[in-house]
Design a protein around this ligand. Structure first.
Ligand SMILES: [Zn+2]
Length: 502
């Protein structure tokens, strides 16, 4: 095991550019926004037959010989919870550095990053009147705590964030706001995308209207008595109020009492607290390109995970996908033309500080990322291939399509924005992104909850994901044409849904 330290081999050092990179939105894994998507309906680029044969071989080896489940098992068992800045986070970095040693890579490095620290503490939420009940709840990541004595206030239920925004402070002041928005399961987790702003921005919107606390029906599709966490972002200049998720059956309980005649008084006691910052690292592994080493094909996955579960689905699976893809590519008879780099990003969940630092240092170092792919969607099979790529690159995706037919992955859409959260900063700098869409139908049963454990991972489906990532990576790392650059995407505001992740 190597200590957690900077051991970069030429990856730069500074955070200077980080300040100019704006925070992208933080949304569910692999969701993409709907800005002008167009079906990929173009003449495929005619890749050479021998290149397609190599990629098909790689795909089939992934299906038959890869073992991404073992990677998830190792990470979730030997490390488990690994929230940014925690002891688990440091153990995860050491685990990753150690794991990559066996992969026949050309370079391995830990790129040091400052990450926020936050401690969950205890979350106690009770209905005091009319019918006393204790509710299963968890604090949202980044939430402040209450005074030791807690707070007591009447509850104001709203169906969603938009409704809350429309209310006057007369209605809201002095209340605990309850955002009671159900989400339904679907392959693209569209409801989560639509509702997550309520979690992220709800506390500040409520506080700006005088609310003293916020509770939210968990953004999950299960009916377990477990709540789903996720980060909140407090707006500058607005009072900070404590915020927590209720499990679905407890949100039902609260709703039933609110349906009665009497006012409902809720008591919140949270000992959550922010603790400044800590040292973590992006873990980087690289297979150097044979003929075009300066052109990087990037495979990203966040290494951190919430503290409640063991980070098996989110994001042990994504870590496994990029590690197994790298292992397969490193075992090919020769190196690909371009460099294939995997980055296991620090701190996706609490603030994207790893992704921001990586993009800043990369820009400062003048690196060229030709195209990127992120893995952060659990273990559901890929059901469609999309891309956030310039229009002229659509034929390149179409040229890869025959390789994906045996995996039952059709071509989907070219989009102008969306993709993985950790790659959003690079995308803003012009990097195109290939976005395989994993089936998220069951992901939100477990996502960000104590139920995110290894038994929820589907080993067979995960092999299909690795097979697709490996085949696509081999093609784009060796194909002659480049993907070009995306136009400046400053139009994507920080509030806009569109980047992937949590
Ligand atoms: Zn994730």
């Amino acid at each position: 095991m190597r200590p957690l330290e900077e051991c970069a081999h030429g990856w730069g050092r500074t955070l200077a550019i980080a300040a100019v990179l704006m925070l992208p939105s933080s949304l569910p894994a692999q969701t993409v926004n709907a800005a002008a998507p167009r079906p990929i309906d173009v003449e495929p680029y005619p890749y050479p037959a021998d290149l397609l044969d190599q990629a098909a071989d790689l795909r089939d080896r992934a299906l038959n010989d890869s073992n991404p489940f073992a990677v998830v098992a190792s990470l979730s068992t030997e490390v488990g919870p690994r929230l940014a800045g925690s002891a688990g986070d440091r153990a995860a970095v050491a685990w990753a550095l150690s794991y990559l040693q066996d992969l026949k890579l050309d370079r391995i490095a830990a790129q040091g990053v400052q990450v926020p620290r936050w401690e969950r503490g205890a979350t106690q939420i009770r209905i005091l009147t009319p019918s006393p009940q204790t509710l299963a709840a968890v604090a949202f990541g980044g939430s402040i705590g209450t005074a030791e004595s807690g707070l007591e206030a009447p509850v104001l239920r709203v169906p969603d964030l938009e409704t809350l925004r429309s209310l006057s402070s007369d209605r809201v002041a002095g209340h605990v706001v309850f955002i009671d928005k159900r989400i339904e399961r679907s392959p693209d987790a569209a409801d989560y995308s639509a509702a997550v702003a309520g979690r992220i921005h709800g506390p500040s919107v409520a506080a700006s209207l005088g609310a003293v606390g916020l509770v939210l029906r968990s953004l999950g599709t299960d009916s377990n008595r477990l709540a789903h966490t996720g980060k909140v972002i407090y707006q500058d200049g607005v009072p900070r109020i404590p915020a927590a998720a209720l499990s679905a059956p407890d949100a039902d309980m609260l709703a039933r009492q609110l349906d009665g005649e009497n006012a409902v008084i809720l008591q919140l006691r949270l000992t959550a607290r922010r603790l400044g910052s800590a040292r973590s690292a992006n873990v980087i592994g690289e297979i150097q390109g044979r003929t075009r080493p300066e052109e990087i094909v990037l495979l990203g996955a966040h290494l951190d995970a919430w503290d409640l579960g063991t980070g098996a689905l989110d994001n042990g699976t994504g870590v496994a996908v990029v590690i197994e893809t790298a292992r397969l590519i490193a075992s090919m008879p020769e190196r690909p033309a371009r460099t294939v780099r995997i980055v296991l990003f620090a701190d996706e969940e609490m603030g994207l500080s790893g992704a921001r630092a990586y993009a800043a240092r990369s820009a400062e170092g003048g690196e060229t990322h030709m195209v990127g792919m992120e893995a952060d969607g659990g273990s559901g099979r890929i059901w469609r291939l999309d891309g956030v790529v310039p229009e002229p690159a659509a034929p390149l995706l179409a040229g890869i399509a025959p390789l994906l037919e045996p995996l039952e992955i059709p071509l989907g859409m070219v989009r102008t924005s969306g993709g993985g959260a950790d790659l959003a900063f690079l995308q803003k700098l012009g990097m195109p992104e290939i976005t395989p869409r994993q089936d998220l139908s069951f992901y939100l049963d477990y996502h960000h909850s104590a139920n995110d454990t290894l038994d929820k991972v589907d080993p067979e489906a995960l092999r299909q994901v690795v097979a697709a990532y490996a085949a696509i990576t081999w093609m784009v790392a060796n194909g002659e044409p480049e993907f070009g650059r995306l136009p400046d995407t400053d139009a994507t505001s920080a509030d806009e849904p569109g980047t992937g992740a949590d």
